[in-house]
Design a protein around this ligand. Structure first.
Ligand code: ACO
Length: 336
């Protein structure tokens, strides 16, 4: 059976580095607190010229180069992001323009930190219907623009960046996407939010479940807000449950996994994931210490690093998983 296969990966990390020591000068925090509670030591901050679509296009270019394809050979561009420059045009259309991918159609997917896994699954389904298609899937974020730099609960967690992969159907019977599955639960929406005031109609009198108080984004600032402990617990349960269930559908177990690339939110979430799945911690790829939580970009940046570091050998079983606001979560099983 021919399957959609990853032909190339790429990433772009903004040049500016913001360390925990730098944050100590901005809010009441410490390198020790951030390191022990999150595992994060530094993050990248986008500056002028490193807008969401620009860094996405740079990551995409990198992935195309590895895949040996030119932009005009791409039929579909999917960009996972919750921080596009504009509501319209989509980030994916800006990426298309920047790359000159004139033969593609382009769309954004907003599934917060699950954006790349959602995009990959969507492209996988397209390619299974039309095997001659080639897709570019990107996760990209400029979270530094949407973080409240006075809120120590959130500002220490996030960073900017972009990662990408090229997907095409391969004749190699063994490699490719074996299975994937996505989930959402909108009932948990108020646990993790990024306000988008300009397009919210005040007449809707939007209410949060918890305090029944009207909360319009513009009064709160267009910032990320979250209930950290609830997110933490759900992330561990959701990602571990999704991975074990999906493995069972392809008659595999956790013992078959060679490398697990999860969303890079917090080292303690990843330890909880390892415990629940009973997988050796060395089999989990981690780079959140360098980049923090880059939301939709975290899985493809990690995938590209793992690939370029030689952590993925032909025939390896690779599992991706992510969880984010919405709530959304999902997982993909790939034979490399
Ligand atoms: N520096 C110093 N102290 C801090 C900081 C900070 N940056 N932030 C919070 N604190 C304080 C709190 O005010 C609190 O003080 P108090 O005891 O006097 O009230 C104390 O530290 C402990 O706070 P907790 O909220 O109990 O800390 P916790 O151990 O839960 O860690 C954290 C907080 C890191 C946010 C954790 O809940 C977490 O990682 N949650 C997951 C959230 C996440 O990753 N979100 C990203 C988006 S979702 C996703 O990607 C899956």
């Amino acid at each position: 059976m021919t399957r959609p296969t990853i032909l190339g990966t790429g990433s772009y990390l903004p040049k500016r580095i913001l360390t925990n020591r730098d944050l100590e000068k901005m809010v009441d925090t410490s390198d020790e607190w951030i390191t022990t509670r999150t595992g994060i030591k530094s993050r990248r901050i986008a500056t002028k010229g490193e807008e969401t679509s620009r860094i996405a296009a740079a990551a995409g270019k990198d992935a195309l180069k590895m895949a040996g394809l030119t932009p005009d050979e791409i039929d579909l561009i999917i960009v996972g992001t919750m921080t596009p420059e504009m509501a319209m045009p989509s980030c994916a259309c800006f990426v298309q323009q920047e790359l000159g991918a004139v033969n593609a159609f382009a769309l954004d997917v907003n599934a917060a930190c699950s954006g790349f896994v959602y995009g990959l699954d969507t492209a996988d389904k397209y390619l299974r219907c039309k095997p001659d298609m080639k897709a570019l899937i990107i996760g990209t974020e400029n979270l530094s623009a949407r973080v409240n730099w006075k809120d120590r609960d959130t500002c220490v967690l996030f960073g900017d960046g972009a990662g990408a992969c090229v997907l095409a159907t391969s004749d190699n019977n063994d490699s490719g996407i074996l299975a994937s599955r996505l989930f959402s639960d909108g009932r948990l929406s108020d646990l993790l939010m990024l306000d988008s005031a300009p397009s919210m109609n005040p007449d809707l009198n939007f209410q949060t479940k918890n305090n029944n108080k009207t909360e319009i984004g513009s009064e709160q600032g267009p910032y990320i807000r979250m209930k950290g402990k609830d997110v933490f617990k759900f992330a561990v349960r959701a990602m571990s449950g999704a991975v074990s269930e999906l493995l069972a559908t392809v008659d595999m177990t956790v013992a078959d996994i060679d490398l697990l690339i999860p969303h890079q939110a917090n080292i303690r979430i990843l330890k909880g994931l390892a415990d629940r799945l009973n997988i050796p911690f060395e089999k989990i790829f981690i780079n959140l210490n360098k980049y923090g939580n880059t939301s939709a970009a975290s899985v493809p940046i990690a995938l590209d690093e793992a690939n370029r570091e030689g952590r993925l050998k032909k025939g390896d079983l690779l599992v991706l998983c992510a969880m984010g606001g919405g709530f959304t979560w999902g997982t993909t099983i790939i034979r490399w």
